[in-house]
Design a protein around this ligand. Structure first.
Ligand SMILES: Nc1ncnc2c1ncn2[C@@H]1O[C@H](COP(=O)(O)OP(=O)(O)OP(=O)(O)O)[C@@H](O)[C@H]1O
Ligand SMILES: [Mg+2]
Length: 390
């Protein structure tokens, strides 16, 4: 086998194996048994590279967990280790409470969908969908039931007789997802399944995937480097960097309360505004101070009392920066980006660029002097030294 897509294909075909008797009843009822996945102390070395070290991840049954991070951070490696395509160097992987660290991929009750559709080009959609079930001798009536169910869910009915070459990219990816559904697996693994599609198809299929998760109730683990996919699909998301999970939480938590500067700037468009300063503590009050601004941050939920004079970075989202009359700080408009339903107003604040997402229709132009401010309650504070949230 030359590439991982082929491996997944072959593995996927084996995954339809109904020999797992315990699942017969659930299969007959057309159900999946959403399983939890527990990754413990996982270390993976590839060649001389330690790609993942001591990683823990707990996915609850029925969750939609997204692994998000920049290229090369180890997302696929983690996913493939859960699938059993990569040997682990240390640690363990449990699925539904069972140690699967060294289990054969076909025994893990999982289904995989890759970025490349990996369909059989000479087979019709229907035969692509049923292939895995046919090779392991699933009864005809059962195959028909599962294919009908998957094609109904994914609106593949009118396409069943076509060959992959006669389908659009989005339709091919639907078939690839259908091949996973007919396996009625307990855990679905997706590796950037939408990244080959154009923007419109991506958003359509993204919505369909979310609905599919709601209908199937299966556990899903989904790899992407697209923050919009992560925010919209995840029940919880793990933001990764350099093989390490930086933060694991609901999209709302991770967005509003990033654990460190990496997460803060990785999520959000435009990226979170950052201002450098120091914390000045006096008589029980705390102020964030720059050369031009003293902002009372006494109400900030500090994890531990900050040291006097601590160098720190204040982060505030563009939608929390208000522009208008009578606000605390003066800046000059350096750029206006109209976005249809809002605009991004870029401010030059003593040489720093501050972005504001502005819903108002008040005319504003480059070079205008404007006042701006933000609510300290919506700000994040980070240690300038290590970037950790204060
Ligand atoms: N067979 C290998 N031998 C050595 N290093 C490898 C091997 N396969 C992957 N790596 C390295 O492991 C790291 C993680 O790779 P991985 O494919 O998991 O990243 P990823 O987060 O999925 O990235 P992308 O978003 O580009 O798909 C990368 O630095 C990569 O170069
Ligand atoms: Mg990858």
């Amino acid at each position: 086998m030359t590439n991982v897509a082929d491996m997944g294909n072959a593995m996927g075909d084996a995954l339809g194996d109904p020999s797992v008797d315990a699942r017969a009843a659930a299969d007959a009822a057309g159900l999946t048994n959403p399983a939890n996945v527990a990754v413990r102390n996982l270390t993976i070395r590839l060649g001389a590279n330690t790609v993942i070290e001591n990683l823990d991840l707990d996915v609850r049954a029925g969750e939609f967990v997204v692994l998000l991070g920049p290229s090369g951070c180890g997302k696929s490696t983690l996913l493939h280790s859960i699938a059993g395509l990569i040997d682990v160097s240390d640690g363990s992987i449990e699925i539904a409470g069972e140690d699967m660290t060294w289990a054969d991929p076909k025994d893990r009750r999982i289904a995989l969908v890759f970025q490349s559709y990996a369909l059989y080009p000479t087979m019709s959609v229907e035969r692509n969908l049923s292939f895995a079930l046919r090779i392991n001798g699933t009864p005809k009536a059962e195959i028909a039931r599962r294919v009908a169910r998957a094609s109904e869910m994914l609106q593949l009915g009118p396409l069943l007789k076509r060959k992959p070459a006669q389908l659009s990219g989005g339709q091919r990816q639907r078939v690839a997802i259908g091949r996973a559904i007919v396996r009625e697996a307990d855990v679905f693994l997706f590796d950037e399944p939408l990244s080959n599609l154009d923007a419109k198809l991506r958003t359509e299929l993204r919505r369909e995937l979310k609905q599919l998760h709601q209908r199937l109730g299966a556990t899903m683990i989904y790899v992407t480097h697209d923050q919009v996919e992560a925010m919209t699909l995840a029940t919880r998301m793990a933001v990764m960097r350099g093989g390490v999970i930086q933060q694991f939480g609901t999209p709302a938590e991770v967005y509003a309360r990033p654990d460190n500067l990496f997460v803060a700037t990785f999520l959000g468009t435009p990226a979170m505004n950052l201002l450098k300063g120091t914390l000045e503590t006096r008589d029980g009050s705390v102020e964030f101070c720059t050369a031009h601004w003293r902002l009372d941050v006494s109400a900030y939920p500090f994890k531990s009392a900050p040291a006097q004079g601590l160098p720190c970075v204040l982060g505030v989202r563009a939608e929390d920066v208000r522009v208008g009359e009578g606000l605390a700080q003066q800046a000059k408009v350096s750029l206006v980006e109209p976005m249809g339903n809002h605009r991004v107003v870029w401010l030059d604040y003593h040489g720093e660029q501050v972005a504001s997402i502005d819903q108002s229709k008040t005319p504003v132009g480059v070079g205008d002097s404007v006042a701006f401010s933000f609510d300290a309650a919506h700000a994040s504070l980070f240690d300038d030294a290590g970037g950790a949230r204060l």
